[in-house]
Design a protein around this ligand. Structure first.
Ligand SMILES: N[C@@H](CCC(=O)N[C@@H](CS)C(=O)NCC(=O)O)C(=O)O
Length: 289
C-alpha cells in the first residue's frame, strides 16, 4: 500500500538524556515548547500514550511500540479529534536521538499507510514549529514561536475593520470586545439616533439593525456570524473552546442571550437598558425570573 511520510532532522546543542526527558517525562517543559500541549505515557513498550491539549482535550492517542531511552521511541498514533483525520487510522511516529559532538541529532519520521494523508499534511505543519521551539528552549532558554497559528501581521494590523453601531449596543460590544481580544485595530462608525432604520444603513443591513462589520470589501451583519468570521480570520488567541462540550456551553449562553435576554430587554425601556452594565442586566434578568 502507498505510504505518506514526514521526515524532520535537526541538531540540538544538548545531551541525549536531556532531549529524551524533554520529549517524554518532563511535562512542564513540554508544555512550554508544545503550545500548552503535553504527552502522557509510562514511556515503556506496550503502554498507552496520549496527547493532551492545554484545554484538557485528548487530541491524539495510541501506544508506545518501542522505547529505548535515550535513543529511540516508536509511537502508534491516531488522531482523535477531527473525524476526517481520525478516519485515517493509525500512523507511526519514530523519534531517533544520536549524539554528534556537542549536539544531538534528532530525527522524526511520521508515516501512515495511505497516500495522500490529511494527518501527515497536518503534522507536517505542526512538527517544524514544535521542534523549532524545543531547540530554541533547550539552547537559549526561550521558545521561537508563541502561537502555533499566529494571525498574519498584515491581517492583525489592518485598520480595515469598521463597526457600524448605535451607542451602547450590547451586540456591537461583543464584536468590539472580540476585535480587542484579537488585538485587531478597528474604527467605530457611530450612527445618529434613528439612522440605522434608513439609507444608507439599510443597504448594509436590510433589517435595519446594528452591528454591521466591514472588512475591506466584505460587509457582514448578524453578531454570531461576525464573531465566527473573526475567529476564522484571526485565530489567535482562540475564543471558541476546543472541547466539544465547552463549545456547546458557549453556544448555549449565546442562545440564552439572543432569545431570553433580548426578549426581556425588549420589555424594558430601551434607553434605560442601554445604560446598564452587563452585570446589572444579568442581575435584573435573574430578579425577573
Ligand atoms: N440578530 C441581530 C440582532 C441585532 C439587534 O437587534 N441589534 C440591536 C442593538 S443590540 C438594534 O439594532 N436595535 C435597534 C432597533 O431595533 O431599532 C444580531 O445578532 O446582530
Amino acid at each position: 500500500m502507498a505510504r505518506s511520510t514526514f521526515v524532520y532532522v535537526t541538531y540540538i546543542r544538548t545531551t541525549p538524556e536531556r532531549l529524551w526527558s524533554a520529549l517524554t517525562t518532563d511535562v512542564e517543559f513540554m508544555k512550554q515548547y508544545w503550545f500548552g500541549t503535553h504527552c502522557e505515557s509510562q514511556w515503556t513498550a506496550g503502554t498507552p500514550w496520549k496527547m493532551v491539549s492545554g484545554s484538557g482535550l485528548i487530541s491524539d492517542a495510541g501506544e508506545i511500540i518501542e522505547a529505548d531511552p535515550p535513543r529511540r521511541l516508536v509511537i502508534r498514533w491516531q488522531h482523535q479529534n477531527k473525524p476526517e483525520l481520525k478516519a485515517e487510522g493509525d500512523s507511526h511516529c519514530t523519534i531517533e536521538l544520536e549524539p554528534i559532538g556537542t549536539a544531538v541529532k534528532l530525527a522524526i519520521t511520521h508515516s501512515i499507510e495511505r497516500e495522500p494523508s490529511r494527518l501527515i499534511e497536518a503534522v507536517s505543519g505542526g512538527w517544524p514549529k514544535i521542534i523549532s521551539n524545543l531547540k530554541s528552549l533547550l539552547e537559549i532558554g526561550a521558545i521561537a514561536l508563541q502561537d502555533a497559528y499566529p494571525a498574519r501581521p498584515e491581517v492583525r494590523n489592518m485598520p480595515s475593520f469598521v463597526v457600524h453601531t448605535v451607542p451602547g449596543s450590547p451586540a456591537a460590544r461583543a464584536v468590539m470586545a472580540t476585535l480587542i481580544e484579537k488585538g485587531a485595530s478597528f474604527r467605530v462608525a457611530g450612527l445618529a439616533p434613528g439612522a440605522h432604520r434608513v439609507e444608507p444603513h439599510l443597504s448594509r443591513h436590510p433589517f435595519g439593525r446594528v452591528p454591521v462589520m466591514e472588512h475591506d470589501d466584505f460587509t457582514l451583519y448578524e453578531t454570531q456570524a461576525i464573531l465566527r468570521y473573526l475567529e476564522r480570520i484571526l485565530p489567535s488567541p482562540p475564543l471558541i473552546p476546543q472541547q466539544t462540550r465547552d463549545a456547546a456551553r458557549m453556544d448555549q449562553v449565546m442562545g440564552i442571550s439572543d432569545w431570553y435576554l433580548i426578549e426581556w430587554l425588549g420589555r424594558m425601556n430601551e434607553r434605560k437598558c442601554m445604560q446598564l452594565t452587563t452585570w446589572e442586566v444579568v442581575a435584573q434578568l435573574a430578579k425577573a425570573g
